[in-house]
Ligand binder design. Structure first.
Ligand code: 13P
Length: 234
């Protein structure tokens, strides 16, 4: 299966001009690469950016209606967006997204024909309490409850303590978690790693930890660095 390297720009950068510059830089550098590259910018930049596969960072579970501030999967699909990140730990933490709510979003995304990057991962506290696998199992089972067709679902294992900290998960621990997650999904479901991925560690996740791709935050905002990460996965 083709490796998936996705950029999660989060609430960055601060202007359209900067978003276009980063995007165009990446576009230039990835011509002809053998991996699937997806850029997930803020909603407001989605209509501006053309020439690479796009993903959104979230969506709502209804198609339209009185849901102030929300964006539907149908709207994303209409824009030509192919992917959507669901269940990111920042949404779980700051917007109180529960496994049940995430499940509704994943169901709707699948129904709409969007490909999902479903994020799971344990906090440092859960890891230290020896509960990592229990947490991962609950997040996967509840997040994917009632969803039989996993064709369009990708899992991103993102330990919360590794996100934005520079403290990336070791290859051995990542491999252990990926092997554990594999038990609950299909053989051909892509499992990505995310959390302080840089070009000097990215290749190891693919080549040694068995990751089928990467979800990259901070390092995806620098075109050159992100291109190196993409190439390390080839
Ligand atoms: P960083 O790569 O900045 O640690 O972010 C990871 C992440 O949250 C991607 O979704």
């Amino acid at each position: 299966m083709k490796k998936l390297i996705a950029a999660n720009w989060k609430m960055n950068p601060a202007s359209q001009k900067q978003a276009e510059d980063i995007f165009n830089g990446i576009k230039e550098g990835v011509k002809g690469v053998a991996v699937e590259v997806v850029i997930c910018p803020s909603f407001v930049y989605l209509p501006l950016l053309k020439g690479l596969t796009l993903g959104a960072q979230d969506m709502f579970w209804e198609e339209k209606g009185p849901f102030t501030g929300e964006v539907s999967g149908a709207m994303l699909k209409d824009l030509g967006v192919e992917y959507v990140i669901i269940g990111h730990s920042e949404r779980r933490k700051y917007f109180n997204e529960t496994d049940e709510l995430i499940n509704k979003k994943i169901k709707k995304a699948s129904e709409t024909g969007l490909k999902v990057i479903f994020c799971i991962g344990e906090t440092a506290q859960e890891r230290d309490a020896g509960k990592k696998n229990e947490v991962l199992e609950k997040q996967i089972k509840q997040g994917l409850a009632g969803i039989d067709n996993l064709e369009n679902i990708n899992i991103a294992y993102e330990p919360v303590w590794a996100i934005g900290t520079g403290n990336n998960c070791s290859v051995e621990n990542t491999k252990e978690s990926i092997d554990f997650i594999r038990k609950f999904v299909k053989e051909n479901t892509r499992i990505l790693y995310g959390g302080s991925v840089k070009s000097d560690n990215s290749g190891l996740y693919i080549k040694e930890a068995g990751a089928n791709g990467l979800l990259v935050g901070g390092a995806s905002l620098q075109a050159e660095e992100f291109i190196k990460i993409i190439k390390s996965a080839e």
